[in-house]
Each structure stands twice: as C-alpha cells, then as structure tokens.
Design a protein around this ligand. Structure first.
Ligand code: DLZ
Length: 153
C-alpha cells in the first residue's frame, strides 16, 4: 500500500466551521499551504462563509491564534499553518517543541480538534517540496480537519 494517509473519498464537510491560522514566517510556503487547505476544504463541501482565517507573525504565535479562533469564532476545528526551517541556533527546537505541546494541550482543554499543520524541515528545499511542490500537505490537512471536526460534533 502507498505511504501516507488514506481518506474516505465521500468525506463531506458542509456545515462545519473551520478556523485557519497562518504564520507569516516562510510566507511563500505558508501561503501555498493555505491555498491548498482552502481548496481541499472547498472541494469537500466547506463553504467560504464557514472558513474563518487569521494570520500571526510566526509559528510560535500559532497556539494563541488558534485559541482566539476557538474562543471568538465558534469553530469546530482549527488548522494552524506554519513552516519551521532549522537554522544555526536552537530556535527551531524550542519553537517546534513549544508549538506541538501547545496544540495538544489546547485541543484537549477545549475539546476542539487542532490539526498539526506545521512543517518542521531541515532545509528550505524540504519546505518547498512539502508546500509549493508535489509533496504538499495542504489537501491532507484539509481532509484531516474535516474528519476530526465531524468526529468531535
Ligand atoms: C524567530 C523565528 C525563526 C528563527 N525561525 C522561524 C521559522 O523558521 N518559522 C517560523 O514560523 N517562525 C520562525 N521564527 C519566528 C517565531 O515563530 C516567532 O514569531 C518569534 O520568535 C516572535 O515570537
């Protein structure tokens, strides 16, 4: 069997309210991922009116952005989008760990699913292949969000 997640082809998200919070660091990658996420939601029946979007400076701010969407916009699922690329310092490790723990704590505290929409890449080339390139994760994040949002209803 091919590697990757397999989704029910009949997955339909109509009526599901979806929050998207996008980090502006590595914006070429995050905006490409956002477009694919929106296309993936729309192809599965989520209307534009049911997609609430906000942006934050970097991935470190994604957890707070997700909290705001849950508390103020009554979303049923959140897709945070960020791209972390390892540099010469320890920034990458601290942010990746804080953000992944933050998403887990938040989704358990609020009982709202949060997708792990953060790429943690060693190089810019890896990030480009997984965002603008042919290994983009955007559509899989959209499908995961719909599946989990429906499960949590
Ligand atoms: C500071 C920083 C660095 C070095 N690298 C990234 C990155 O690769 N991806 C990303 O989304 N954000 C990065 N940031 C910014 C932090 O996430 C955060 O916005 C700042 O530290 C301010 O809190």
């Amino acid at each position: 069997m091919e590697k990757g997640i397999h989704f029910d082809k009949t997955l339909q998200g109509s009526g599901l309210r979806v929050g998207i919070v996008v980090a502006r660091w590595n914006e070429e990658c995050t905006s490409a991922l956002e477009q694919q996420v929106i296309a993936g939601l729309s192809n599965r029946g989520v209307t534009q009116e049911d997609i609430v979007r906000c942006s934050v400076p970097g991935s470190y701010e994604l957890v707070h952005g997700a909290t705001m969407l849950i508390e103020k916009e009554q979303v049923g699922v959140v897709i945070p989008i960020g791209v972390l690329i390892k540099g010469e310092t320890m920034h990458f490790e601290y942010i990746a760990e804080a953000v992944s723990h933050g998403f887990m704590a938040l989704q358990l505290a609020k009982n709202i699913p949060i997708i792990f929409g953060v790429l943690t890449c060693l190089t810019q080339e890896q990030a480009l292949v997984r965002s603008v390139g042919d290994k983009s994760h955007g559509d899989a994040w959209a499908a995961t969000a719909i599946e989990m949002g429906l499960l949590a209803r």
